[in-house]
Ligand binder design. Sequence first.
Ligand code: ADP
Ligand code: MG
Length: 864
Amino acid sequence: MLSKLINNFFLSRNERVLKKLNDLVIKINSLEKDLLNLSDYELKKKTHEFKLRLKNGDTIDSLLPEAFSVIRESSKRIFGMRHFDVQILGGIILHKKCIAEMRTGEGKTLTATLPAYLNALLGKGVHIVTMNDYLAKRDANKNRILFEFLGLSVGINISGMSQEEKKKAYLADITYGTNHEYGFDYLRDNMIFCNTEKVQRKLYFALVDEVDSILIDEARTPLVISGSIENSSSLYNHINSLVIYLTPKNKKNCNKICKTGDFYIDYKQRQVYLTEIGLVKVEKLLVKHNFILKKESLYLSENIFFIHHVILALKAHYLFLKDIDYIIQNKKIIIVDEHTGRLMSSRRWSDGLHQAIEAKENVFIQNDNQTLATITLQNYFRLYVKLSGMTGTAATEAVEFNSIYKLDTVVIPTNKPMIRKDMPDLVYLSKQDKINAIISDIRSCVRRKQPVLVGTVSIEKSEQISKLLSKLNIKHNVLNAKIHSQEALIISKAGEPGAVTIATNMAGRGTDIVLGGILIDNSNDKRYLFKKNSFILKLWRDKNRLVVKSGGLHIIGTERHESRRIDNQLRGRSGRQGDPGSSRFYLSLDDSLMRLFASKSVIHFMKTIGMKEGQSIEHPWLSKSIEQAQKKVENQNFDSRKQLLEYDDIINEQRSVIYNERNKLINKSSIHDYILCILKDRIHYCIKQYISGNTINLDSFFSLEQELKNNFYFIKSINKFLEHDTTLYENVDKLIDLIVTTIQFSYNNNTSSVLKKYSNMIEKSVMLQILDIFWTEHLNAVDSLRQSVYLRGYAQQDPQQEYKRESFFMFQSMLESIKNNVIKTLIKIFFIDFEKEKNIYLNFIDNKDFNSFHLLIRKSIEII
Ligand code: ADP
Ligand code: MG
């Protein structure tokens, strides 16, 4: 009832928003006739005119109607495609920092050209974000012709490009690239030593395509740049061999909990908890295998990490399954994305989990990695001044988009009415019954020459169905998410008469399935291409007609996904641009979603109506109950993403402090005055320890002098100061000032013994490197804290609050340590090392060998 109300409210709000924009669409349409008579040259000149008007006080909002009609007119001339009114609507929504839900095949690539052009007029850069390299290249190259016609430049940002290439791509008016690449560039830009190495400009406008996939599905794994540290593979192997001695308290899909057991598995939260008995057993095992001494406790601070390793090994064995969560390829563990079934070869699970799985599978264990920089996609995209996105499926996640990104979702109507028939779910008692029914559905499609797309929830399931079809001699294609461009080619053929295509639910996303099939992939405009060759066109028309007659593209869902959105994504493959089509989901009581969430009431229901094997039922109540189950999982996943974000928010504040600091340092030609301030601060801090109240502790003069000497190379005698000026006894502040001035003076003397240019560079390099060392350490320490903070929950403390409090203290103490170490290192370099190494330093700088220069400095840094 409540959800219905909210739904109604949502719909009416949507209609109100659209209604309001209607006048703007009418206005844009009315401008069309004026542009018709312009020559190409005159049309191109519009860009220049708009830019001038922006300089003279016009805003992009006031330019919107004209700019949109110029893009539409240009697209007509270049592609032969006139932006539909709904695309104009979508363009306005995107410009207004919202999410436009536009169904698959509505032409989002073309829609994006409208806000991209308008916003690019400001010259601050527009980033169009795609799911993969293939789509970035495809869309950039497609739209480049249009943008360049209007005098704007287009860049592509994908992995593997050089720094120079990247810089150029980012300087372009409009840049196409993947979410990962943008995020990693941001992290890398905050690890450099010199401003000229930066590739990104200030982040201004990001327009995210397939926005749900990028901001929701991928948002659970943060981007991480890491460097390897020492190898501890034998530890992983040893611990891995111990876990067979531990027994679980509960098993999957079994509600029974044994009285005994060493650990408890929380399948939903993907966590493993050791029980009291388990901890005792682990301690014994570690003693037995000589990891810890007999009298030693597991809880000693130097032993506590064993618990972490044991938990990792247990997770590897019980929660991460081969061919579902990962596959083994070339003796390497490759993560499989749980939503898309895509292989994520460049990512590794963090915090040792990947190594634990490598140990379990007995493959080479790669070095432990240390996080050098990390950010969640959520926080990366929140850095943009302006953010918007488009996708075929956003409405179900409207709440999340709003609460996390402050983005409103607007559902744009389709260009032509949608006529796809979505049939109710069929539920079977057993998996076998279900598969039989699916096969017979596929068979009848093939008989009719109707193309069918079979969606699965994992690569493994895709392969199972493929095997079955092969046995039955049914010709088919399988998409297994290996190469994006190949995937696009296969999926573009999925609309051919009688084609059977098996894919994970979201594979090939971004590629259109045209009824009758498309003959040439990656064409800029099929009609234009076909016009060139009427024979090809006729061939395609015949095929298209055949497919339309057979009922259009049929979608078979072999299981309900955890998220309704992903199911909608699959359905949305069919019925584009007013095409006929149909869809049906097949379920059985063995499906994991049913087992985990819906089983009891459903079984009861089925029993009451006396259902037999081989039979299926469809009932509105059943669909409701399944939808409820999906909502439950969606909420859980939302919570876990929100939690990740809440934790990351705390680090995010700290990250922005550090990155701002870094940017300030990099942008200054000299940080000498800043260093003098820190120096003063440190001297004060040091002396304050020897003063009680306002009097100087005479007894400790000697040790104070020693400390000043050790830390600041202070070689004068304080006694002499006092002899000279007896008022200093009463005036501590004055004495401190005198010491500070003396030390600063000698520091200045030493630094000015080399040219300012050199000493500036040394100071900057020291400061930056120390900042980075400590920030990295902090990131890893905070990560460990996060892993263990849940234990505080047992002590009636709120883990998140504890995390916040403690990471704040850690951050404060890190800032202190940075200051200490910077001063200590600089004093060491300028007062000690320099005598021997001065020429080496200067040589490196003169020869612009900055790598060696920074390395030499790195060697002088001793962390205290
Ligand atoms: P989406 O991303 O919304 O699923 P695409 O951007 O891939 O859709 O476009 C689907 C197809 O529709 C493409 O072949 C594209 O060229 C075509 N198309 C888009 N807009 C128009 C238009 N205004 N007129 C004609 N064809 C269009
Ligand atoms: Mg698209």
